[in-house]
Design a protein around this ligand. Structure first.
Ligand code: ADP
Ligand code: ZN
Ligand code: ZN
Length: 752
């Protein structure tokens, strides 16, 4: 590390220190760094009485006089950890989501980097000119240590780590140096990092590596997006392709083009762990280009995160597949961002900074002047509206590959059906018959129910109560596997009660059903069927999910039963029946997007059927079969649904008509929470009348979570930034009650 104290010349850079850097501060640049310091590099700077690690943020246009500033102390290492565009992106996020730069950086940068973990240089040795046998014998007598090194290297399958060898066989460094000097051994000078990136997906499900010849609609979509690539300008494209239309091949073709031209690409998926097939396909289709693909997901250890980050930063990996935070990947020469299943709510982060990965992707692409491709069979209404207005290019793929038919929907009206059911009230006759036929024909079925556990709630006929979690305002769910009653909000569990906790009545009964009970029902109706259940309870082990999926693919199960974990992205050619057991669950969500979510869910789940040569049928059970989402899904009419729903949203002024900013207040004391929220609204409306349409405060749908009482206020605004400019300073001044925490969620997706 160069000694940088002393001779300081003018030259000013802004640095965001990790310890307490809500913003960037100016520092003078020491002479030794003046020509080399780059945006994105890590440096140590004085901050208050301490020294903090930070990232070089930018060179200010009008710097303050350098003489008045404190100086950067030293450069941590040369490799930048952020790209300049990502610094700009982080700045935009801090402004748009109303939070400090430091909290944005906590999301953007892996913890190991923020803590200053250093790359360790690993030196690799290769035996390049092995001496002839006589020469080696001579060496054994004259310089036994050198001979030892040669023997060691000769026994290695590839290059050997110098430090490891020296430790392992106990030779002295000069022996190694002598061999390098005489040209017998070569030392690899290229920088390697702490450990080789150990890829937990390396043994993922094997998916056929061969590509397909693109069909005409794929060719058209690729051409449209390629044109944007070649234009070197930003455009967002909506790839609106029905389920099974072959969107992945379109992404692959584009990523291959980018990689072949020396660029790099980001591929965002809702949740990597739930889309192992997509990862496998991408991997195998890029292998021949020699492009290393980093898989970025929540199961990576801190060390793996560090290594993956550095591999990207160094240009060793050119493609990253990952969940939302992969949007910040430090890839040099980034030329394409793809967001698959762009409508998925999981792209929105649930904690500060509450950013939307898709929106950040579009913003990053626009800052770089590159295309951003948003793909979905059921685009979010936000994206759809942008496409309709011509702000995004619409690339439609209305047909499935090989002209395979779309699945046919059968809607079962459960209001009538229950009258005919005997013994069980879960599976309709149509669904039972369907499963039986599939079993006979040796085809596969998928059953979908978005509720885990056995029974939904314990109800007491004597006092009329249902048993709630002690700390949350939800019913406890019965889990039959260990006879516990569990809270799905806070994970509290207790022994399943046998008498009413309120009135001690023994007549309590469990009502409603979840996946465990469906599993029992199927076992009862079809004792010989081989059933796999996939939900958060069965999939606690990391690799179990992939194992079950590949066993299902291999035909080891007849039936796959699961929650939303099986809703998306899976491609099984022998599935010809999909049953949606309770379509009303998502309709009843206390959320203005309930209809949109239901339409998406029905379409996505249905899309798992008929993906091979066999036609698929979807059976939807509902007590409200006439509602829009169900009817439009049945007719496969996304555009009709979107038009009707957009009209309804506009009527209420809901997104995408305007932005929704949700302000949640919570604390242990309900009265205090209410009081603070009420007072806040009055103050806001007094000082900034008309700055937003304000609704509330009102209790959140989940009024109590973990003993925290919750109320929310909704602001509906046309411009986020101008609204936050009014709100944030006032909030800093007014909201100082220590017992009440408030959180602002811009473009809220979750309103519970
Ligand atoms: P989507 O993501 O649009 O639902 P996928 O990308 O999963 O669709 O593709 C569906 C299936 O079609 C996959 O099994 C894929 O291998 C296959 N496929 C894709 N493109 C073609 C093509 N041009 N010809 C034949 N099969 C294709
Ligand atoms: Zn009771
Ligand atoms: Zn609880």
């Amino acid at each position: 590390m160069p000694d940088l104290f002393g001779e300081i010349e003018p030259g000013v850079a802004e640095v965001v220190p990790f310890d307490g850097g809500a913003r960037a501060y100016s520092y003078s640049v020491p002479a030794a760094l003046k020509d080399t310091l780059q945006v994105g590099q890590l440096v140590r700077v004085p901050l208050g009485g301490r020294v903090s690690l930070g990232v070089v943020w930018r060179y200010p246009a009008e710097p303050p006089p350098a003489a008045k500033l404190r100086s950067i102390i030293l450069l941590e290492h040369e490799q930048p950890v952020m790209t300049p565009d990502c610094c700009k992106l982080a700045e935009w996020m801090a402004g748009y989501y109303g939070c400090g730069l430091n909290s944005v950086l906590e999301t953007v940068l892996p913890a190991a980097i923020r803590k200053g973990v250093r790359p360790v240089l690993r030196r690799l040795l290769t035996l390049v000119a092995p001496p002839a046998p006589e020469a080696l014998e001579k060496l054994r007598r004259k310089a036994p240590r050198q001979a030892q090194v040669i023997d060691y290297l000769a026994g290695q399958p590839g290059p050997a780590d110098r430090a490891k060898m020296v430790d392992g066989i106990g030779v002295a460094q000069p022996a190694v140096d002598a061999l390098i000097k005489s040209g017998v051994v070569k030392e690899d000078a290229s920088v390697l990092w702490r450990v080789a990136y150990d890829d937990p997906f390396a043994e993922g499900e094997v998916v056929a590596a061969r590509g397909h010849d693109l069909n005409p609609q794929q060719v058209t979509a690729v051409a449209s997006i390629s044109a944007t690539l070649d234009s070197k300008a930003f455009r967002a494209h909506l790839l609106h392709g029905v389920t099974g239309s072959g969107k992945t091949e379109v992404y692959v073709a584009l990523i291959r083009k980018v990689v072949a031209e020396g660029g790099s690409a980001i591929f965002l998926v809702p949740e990597v762990a739930l889309t192992p097939q997509t990862v496998g396909r991408l991997r195998s289709r890029l292998a021949d280009l020699g492009a290393k693909v980093v898989v970025w997901h929540s199961h990576l250890s801190a060390g793996e995160r560090f290594d993956a980050w550095m591999a990207m930063s160094l240009g060793q990996a050119r493609v990253v597949v990952g969940a939302r935070s992969a949007v910040f990947a430090p890839l040099p020469n980034l030329r394409l961002i793809v967001v698959d299943e762009e409508h998925e709510p999981s792209f929105k982060q649930g904690e500060t900074p509450m950013y939307h990965g898709r929106d950040v992707a579009v913003m990053r692409a626009s800052m770089l002047g590159i295309p951003c491709v948003l793909g979905s069979a059921t685009p979010s209404l936000e994206t759809w509206k942008n496409a309709q207005a011509g702000r995004y290019v619409l690339d439609p793929m209305p047909k499935r590959v090989d002209d395979r038919p779309m699945p046919a929907f059968r809607i079962v009206d459960m209001r009538r059906e229950v009258l005919h059911l005997k013994g069980q009230h879960i599976l309709s006759r149509e669904l039972t018959d369907g499963i039986r036929e599939r079993l006979q024909r040796r085809e596969q079925s998928i059953l979908f129910l978005n509720r885990r556990g056995h029974s939904r709630s314990l109800v007491c006929p004597d006092c009329g109560e249902s048993v709630q979690c002690a700390r949350c305002s939800v019913s406890l769910t019965l889990h039959r596997t260990d006879d516990t009653a569990r809270c799905h909000l806070c994970n509290h569990q207790e022994r399943a009660p046998v008498v009413c906790p309120q009135c001690r009545s023994p007549k309590v009964r469990w009502k409603g059903y979840g996946t465990q009970k469906v599993e029992e029902t199927i076992a009862h109706l079809f004792p010989r069927a081989k059933v796999a259940r996939i939900d958060a309870d069965t999939m606690s082990k990391k690799d179990r999910f992939r194992q079950v999926l590949s066993d299902f693919r291999a035909g080891k199960y007849d039936l796959l039963l699961g929650t939303q974990m099986i809703a998306k992205g899976l491609d099984f050619p022998r599935v010809t029946l999909v049953g949606i057991i309770d379509a009303d669950l998502s309709l009843q969500l206390p959320d203005f997007r309930a209809g949109e979510r239901t339409f998406q869910l029905l379409t996505q789940v249905a899309g798992r059927a008929g993906r091979g040569d066999l036609e698929g049928v979807v059976v939807v059970q509902s007590f409200q079969p006439a509602t829009d989402p169900i009817q439009f899904a049945k007719r496969l009419d996304f555009e009709g649904f979107a038009a009707a729903e957009l009209e309804r949203r506009a009527e209420f002024g809901y997104p995408p008509d305007r932005h929704l900013i949700r302000h949640v207040f919570r604390g242990r004391n309900a009265e205090k929470v209410n009081f603070v929220a009420e007072a806040w609204v009055k103050e806001l409306e007094r000082l900034h009348p008309g700055v937003a349409e304000v609704r509330g405060p009102a209790p959140c749908p989940f009024e109590k979570v973990q003993d925290q009482h919750r109320v929310h206020i909704w602001y509906l605004v046309s411009g986020v930034k101008s609204f936050l400019a009014a709100l944030l300073p006032l909030r800093a001044k007014v909201l100082r009650d220590e017992d009440v925490i408030d959180v602002i969620d811009v473009d809220a997706q979750d309103c519970a």
